[in-house]
Design a protein. Structure first.
Length: 123
């Protein structure tokens, strides 16, 4: 049986980067929400710096880190940033292995795919 943990921090009192890093070290599946990602971007100086942080975090913990963002119409979209050494197939398999937990947290998963255009050396 899986368990979930929601971490809420006050970005004026706690570093978003430190909180996300600690959660990634403790959790076998980490999905960062839109507000936390916005706080991370504000702390680090922009979305590009936040994306670099998430990639480096995925590489340091050795598994993908999820980002869940509003997608309009009351829905959300979740993407996973994997270590650069992971193939798209490995990432899909890993996410598929967590399918049940993701549906419990975010609702029905309607599609899984990759963006091969952003894979080879791209950030």
């Amino acid at each position: 049986m899986s368990r979930s943990l929601r971490v809420t921090v006050d970005p004026s009192a706690v570093s978003a980067a430190a909180a996300i890093r600690a959660a990634a070290a403790a959790a076998p599946l980490l999905v960062v929400g839109g507000r936390a990602l916005a706080d991370l971007a504000a702390e680090l100086g922009g979305h590009e710096a936040a994306a670099t942080f998430v990639l480096e975090l995925a590489e340091s913990v050795g598994r993908p880190v999820g980002l869940n963002m509003p997608a309009g119409g009351g829905t959300t979209s979740t993407m996973f940033i994997s270590p650069r050494s992971w193939s798209p197939a490995r990432t899909q398999g890993w996410v598929g292995g967590h399918h049940q937990e993701l549906e419990q947290q975010f609702g029905r998963v309607t599609r899984m795919g990759t963006d091969p255009g952003r894979r080879k050396g791209a950030r």
